[in-house]
Design a protein around this ligand. Structure first.
Ligand SMILES: NC(=O)c1ccc[n+]([C@@H]2O[C@H](COP(=O)([O-])OP(=O)(O)OC[C@H]3O[C@@H](n4cnc5c(N)ncnc54)[C@H](O)[C@@H]3O)[C@@H](O)[C@H]2O)c1
Length: 292
């Protein structure tokens, strides 16, 4: 049984797409939710507070409890205020789902410094800042004797694993998030925290802006809509449950498919020498790895 009832969650970027589905799914299961969203464009521009407020209104109309938060997830101070918002509104924080994201695709040659920085900032720092302040609170609580279970769910992407051309800002941010999640898993277990990642696949504003994807992700006239973002919500809710048995894991989630990501690792092949390699020896020796 996944334990969610009575818990408190922050879901970042919950005004649209996947985050909205997570927030609504959790709220329907008795979780009190801080719906964070800055209401920016796909590229991370502007600020529309109605994105978060609309989702809060939907949750409340369905009988759930939620408050809207408009902090920029990548701001250290904004993230601290967001965590405080959960504590002020609901007196607790059990779950942080880091989900907010933007895209500014470009080839490396055409990439501007601003587009590179903006995407790294929102994704990587936008995971680190809320985690820092949630973890700070959770450590205080653990030191004060609390034995509550806490859950971090982070958002990576297949782009971070399969190296999509045109996403040299987004891809490294998303692979970095898997490593960030594993570091959080190792550091925060002592405070009762588990940290896991999802790599979702769904039809949202973000994916509908990517060439080729709208055709693939079209909703069928009938039958199972495998690209519906609501499909990802049960797995995220499972990872957000108090009894979640995973820590440091990452799962690809799309439609009815869930697959676990293999951790980084070394292959079995190795070349060895008891002293430093000489350049002219490597020409032959490195053949061991060619085509492996
Ligand atoms: N949709 C997919 O198939 C897919 C695949 C892989 C990864 N993802 C990841 O899933 C997450 C959700 O994406 P989505 O597809 O639902 O996109 P979306 O555009 O529908 O939702 C993202 C939300 O994040 C908000 N946001 C952006 N920057 C913010 C900031 N600085 N502070 C607060 N809110 C901010 C936006 O306003 C937006 O409402 C992203 O991290 C994305 O990279 C999505």
């Amino acid at each position: 049984m996944v334990e969610l009832q009575g818990r408190v969650a922050i879901v970042t970027g919950a005004g649209r797409g996947l985050g909205r589905e997570y927030a609504r799914y959790l709220a329907a299961r008795g979780v009190r939710v801080v719906v964070n969203d800055r209401g920016v464009t796909n590229e991370g521009k502007g600020c529309d507070e109605s994105a978060a407020t609309t989702v809060v209104n939907e949750i409340v109309a369905d009988g759930g409890e939620a408050v809207a938060d408009h902090a920029d997830v990548a701001s250290w101070d904004g993230a601290e205020a967001m965590v405080q918002h959960a504590l002020d509104a609901f007196g607790e924080l059990d779950i942080l789902i880091n989900n907010a994201g933007i895209l500014r695709d470009s080839t490396i040659v055409k990439m501007t410094e601003e587009d590179f920085d903006a995407v790294i900032r929102v994704h990587l720092k936008g995971h680190a800042a809320p985690t820092k302040w949630a973890a700070t609170y959770w450590r205080e609580q653990a030191h004060a004797g609390s034995d509550r279970r806490r859950n971090l769910v982070h958002t990576s992407s297949t782009s971070g694993i399969y190296a999509n051309p045109g996403q040299s800002n987004y891809g490294p941010a998303k692979s970095g998030i898997v490593t960030f999640s594993q570091i959080a898993a190792a550091e925060l277990a002592q405070y009762g925290v588990v940290s896991n990642c999802v790599l979702p696949g769904a039809r949202t504003r973000l994916t509908l802006s990517s060439p080729g994807l709208p055709e693939i992700m079209q909703a069928p006239g009938e039958g199972f809509d495998q690209w519906n973002p609501a499909n990802v919500a049960p797995v995220v809710a499972y990872l957000a449950g108090a009894g979640c048995p995973f820590n440091g894991a990452a799962f690809y989630v799309q439609g009815g498919t869930v697959r676990r990501l293999e951790p980084w690792g070394l292959t079995g092949d190795s070349i060895e020498r008891p002293v430093r390699w000489q350049l002219d020896e490597l020409d032959d020796a490195m053949q061991t790895f060619v085509d492996r």
